[in-house]
Design a protein around this ligand. Structure first.
Ligand SMILES: Nc1ncnc2c1ncn2[C@@H]1O[C@H](COP(=O)(O)OP(=O)(O)OP(=O)(O)O)[C@@H](O)[C@H]1O
Ligand SMILES: [Mg+2]
Length: 337
């Protein structure tokens, strides 16, 4: 690992037109607002948050699938956010992606050999025999073998399909793999196998990951840093252990509390104690103040007036919450809740 950022996202905005309004005049809303993230070479950044918080919007902007409406995404010497056309081959080969649904992301009519060697065919001068040899190597990296080359995606389980998708993503020895909920569609034991596989390959190959998940507990072991999103904002960021053990933002605390308990009675008690309000719709949130204030047990009057800046947190990272302000302005947390 080096200190130079591989990917540096600064003040990133992503806007969409509100889909719930039909016809003309639908207003635009921010799916991502002012996001700042850094990924260093060989590092894993876990990006977590509930559904609709804007995680895929960040991923898709990095991949060039969705345009940024503001800010920059520096990758090496280029600003990806400023690129209006498809990324040039030199960039595309260095950033790869693995998506959530292993059933729809692999072309059903292709053999595993064709899927895994496709990036080699497009981006390298390798001949067919060389590509096949490389495909065998790649399958070994994901604990599959040569005999799988001639099969089709439907002959594999969800976990195996995700292994094939990972093999294909590794083919060009990328610097960064964007993994958008790569294990969310899998059962728990398969989730752990895939996470372990990603961890091992990263250690060997020195790849960086942007790893998106709902569940902080699932990704904190493999992540060097964690960023937490809520309604388009990165509300907390920091070293993985610190965020997991000592979350600073009230939303991160609630997210960790929401990790399922094995005992349903304990879970009911905890829910009752916390009274977590239902999730909010990004398209309906006023764009001033803290996005979490309506659900926050510690909200103060000033939370409605200003977006809290990113305050440094003891142990590393930042959290955007006035509870961390050196001066609380004479307010008592919770009085506006
Ligand atoms: N193409 C689009 N057009 C309009 N609105 C969109 C579009 N894509 C996403 N959105 C909206 O933007 C917000 C953020 O969506 P995004 O998919 O980035 O969230 P997410 O954190 O990845 O959620 P999930 O965990 O469900 O995948 C949501 O309110 C979503 O409905
Ligand atoms: Mg998503």
């Amino acid at each position: 690992m080096t200190d130079k950022p591989l990917l540096e996202i600064t003040d990133l905005d992503v806007t969409y037109r509100d889909r719930s309004l039909l016809g003309f005049g639908g207003r635009t809303f921010h799916a991502v607002k002012g996001a700042n993230l850094v990924i260093r070479a060989g590092e894993t950044l876990g990006l977590v948050g509930e559904s609709g918080s804007g995680k895929s919007s960040i991923a898709n902007t990095v991949l060039g699938l969705v345009p940024a409406s503001g800010g920059s995404i520096r990758f090496g010497d280029v600003d990806l956010a400023a690129m209006k056309t498809r990324y040039p081959p030199a960039v595309r080969s260095r950033i790869q992606a693995v998506f959530q649904d292993p059933y729809s992301s692999l072309n059903a009519s292709m053999t595993v050999e064709a899927i895994v060697t496709e990036p080699l065919r497009v981006h390298t001068a390798m001949n067919r025999a060389e590509r096949r040899d490389r495909a065998v190597e790649l399958l070994k990296l994901v604990s599959l073998s040569e005999e799988h080359l001639t099969r089709h995606p439907h002959q594999f389980s969800g976990g195996q399909r995700q292994r094939i998708a990972i093999a294909s993503a590794l083919a060009l020895q990328p610097k960064l793999i964007v993994l958008d909920e790569p294990v969310s569609a899998l059962d728990v034991s398969t989730q752990n196998q895939i996470i372990n596989l990603l961890y091992e390959r990263r250690e060997e190959l020195g790849i960086a990951y942007l790893l998106i998940a709902h569940d902080l507990a699932l990704v904190h072991h493999i992540s060097d840093r964690i960023a937490v999103m809520y309604l388009g904002h990165i509300v907390e960021e920091g070293p993985s252990d610190r965020v997991y053990r000592a979350p600073a933002h009230p939303y991160t605390k609630a997210l960790l509390d929401a990790v399922p308990l094995l005992d349903p009675a304990a879970q009911r008690r905890r829910r009752a104690a916390r009274k977590i309000a239902p999730a909010q719709d990004a398209t309906r949130v006023a764009e001033t103040g803290c996005p979490y204030r309506n659900r926050c047990p510690s909200a103060m009057a000033r939370c409605a007036q200003h977006m809290p800046p990113a305050y440094p947190v003891e142990g590393g990272g930042t959290a955007s919450c006035f509870l961390l302000a050196p001066d609380t302005g004479g307010e008592t947390p919770g009085e506006a809740a």
